[in-house]
Design a protein around this ligand. Structure first.
Ligand code: FE2
Length: 377
């Protein structure tokens, strides 16, 4: 496993960051029923209603609901008719992430820089205006049918973007402490990981900051390989997983089967207090993967001192890992839809910049128990 130091990352990028990203602006999901999905995410995860677009606002073919919690914004979009690319997407993939939208200072330049390096255009730079100003968007394709949109909103003062109206709702459950997107993981097909590593390096100027092979990530039954790609300034991180040969079907293969191709496996969301956040989420019915309680018998021998009491972590099933710079606390939800595809990770970083390698084995064994229950192992 290779870990680049921060110094190396920043020096190597001062010369090559042709795509400075300000962070994840929003994540847009294509779903079968956006009205119900928005209600689920508001109720279970504590999002607030922000904006809406649909027939009432002059959009004929789709409905979109924008919800937000702190710096985390989701857009839930559904098709209104069958003859529609959104309907096709949902038919093929089920509910899933369509757009990982990255905020930039110059969306026109982002499109030129990435497409001239081989990025396949999804949308040429386009200006959207209303009385609140203008938003410029452009986009390129990434793995599967997933798209990176670049959004420039420095000249916009409205609630979300032109075409949307404020969504006023009397129902806005209290927040659960979710803060922002920490990272988004993509699952790609056999022998495709290095192709997509090269895409993020060549087209988007990212660096490979961590690599795990099947020796790091394998259980008795299955294996996977993973490489973590980071934007020049480190604000955006996209780990990429590829299945590896094992005795049985790996979790990445199960995903690829049910998503019908490559796509976003999980969105990791940061919290400042994982015990409070997960207590609240569990009380609202969010289901998490559970590791055996024996995990906690030796955990402090492995990670050393932590500020939190072990008891609530053990009761909630929160995992702990450490690296040279500190430790992290993390937990993974079960799939958020009936297909065993997209799930969320909740993460609290206490210095650590890594991704929980020390938990992979316990976690994947927990995943395989769920996979076996579905008859897919
Ligand atoms: Fe993760």
């Amino acid at each position: 496993m290779e870990i680049l130091t921060e110094e190396k990352i920043s020096t190597s990028n001062t010369t090559t960051d042709f795509l400075p990203l300000e962070g994840t602006d929003y994540v847009e999901f294509y779903v079968g029923n956006a009205k119900q999905a928005a209600h689920f995410y508001k109720t279970a995860f504590g999002f607030k209603s922000i904006a809406y677009a649909g027939p009432e606002t002059g959009v004929k073919e789709k409905c979109s609901y924008v919800i937000r919690q702190n710096k985390l914004t989701f857009v839930l979009t559904t098709a209104l008719k069958t003859d529609n690319v959104i309907a096709d997407h949902v038919y093929k993939h089920g509910d899933g992430v369509k757009f990982l939208v990255l905020r930039v200072n110059d969306a026109t330049n982002a499109w030129h820089e990435t497409t001239k390096r081989g990025g396949k255009s999804f949308m040429e730079p386009k200006i959207f205006t209303d009385a609140q100003g203008e938003v410029i968007m452009s986009g390129i394709h990434t793995y599967g049918e997933t798209v990176h949109l670049f959004i420039e909103r420095k000249n916009y003062k409205g609630i979300f973007m032109p075409g949307f109206v404020e969504w006023k709702s009397n129902y806005n459950p209290t927040e659960t402490g979710l803060q922002y997107v920490d990272h988004c993981v993509g699952n790609v097909g056999w022998n495709q990981m290095n192709k997509w590593v090269a895409f993020y390096e060549d087209v988007m100027g990212f660096k490979n900051i961590l690599s795990f092979d099947d020796k790091d990530i394998s259980t008795e039954y299955s294996a996977l390989m993973s490489k973590v790609m980071s934007s020049g300034n480190g604000y955006v991180k996209f780990p990429i997983n590829e299945p590896a040969e094992g005795k049985k079907k790996s979790q990445v293969e199960e995903y690829l089967d049910f998503y019908n191709g490559e796509g976003v496996q999980h969105v990791a969301i940061a919290t400042k207090n994982i015990i409070e956040t997960v207590t609240e989420l569990q009380s609202r019915g969010v289901e998490f993967l559970k590791v055996p309680t024996s995990y906690y018998d030796t955990i402090l021998d492995r990670v050393g001192h932590i500020d939190e009491d072990l008891k609530p972590l053990k009761e909630l099933g929160i995992l702990i890992d450490k690296d040279d710079e500190g430790y992290l606390l993390q937990i993974f939800t079960k799939p958020l839809q009936d297909r065993p595809t997209l799930f969320f990770e909740i993460i609290q970083r206490k210095g650590a910049k890594s991704f929980g390698k020390g938990n992979f084995k316990a976690l994947f064994e927990a995943l395989e128990r769920e996979q076996a229950l579905r008859g897919n192992l």
